[in-house]
Design a protein around this ligand. Sequence first.
Ligand code: THU
Length: 137
Amino acid sequence: MKLAEAALAARLHAYAPHSNFLVGAAIETQDGCVFSGCNVENSSYGLTVCAERVAVFSAIAAGVAPRTFREIVVCAAPRNADAFALTPPCGACRQVLWDLCGNIPVVLWGLDGSHATYQLADLLPKAFDATHLLPPA
Ligand code: THU
């Protein structure tokens, strides 16, 4: 699966000197273009950006048009692991993905090729989004 390969490759670029937890993500646009991201940590820990957000922001920054997405694959594991439990996106990434991608499939990918797919709406029920900013009709 090309998205999984991209996520695994991106994971190896993770800058994670503080957690040693390496995450890679790859997102596919409606047109079949793939953008990847890794987590980028900071010594001021709260400034760390997750792999999922780097991937989707990269796609937006590249100017993809339309800004519509098919699927995201996420692969996370500690630096020296050769197997690790499938790891779902954090809450902040779920919110960002919901806003920018809607109810796409989120594929959790393991280093050993194991995987599981969830719809984003199941990971983020009753999501807040732009519709809640509108005044009542
Ligand atoms: N991390 C991600 O990249 N994605 C997630 O959805 C969860 C957490 C990163 C942030 C930090 O660099 C490390 O994993 C440990 O939390």
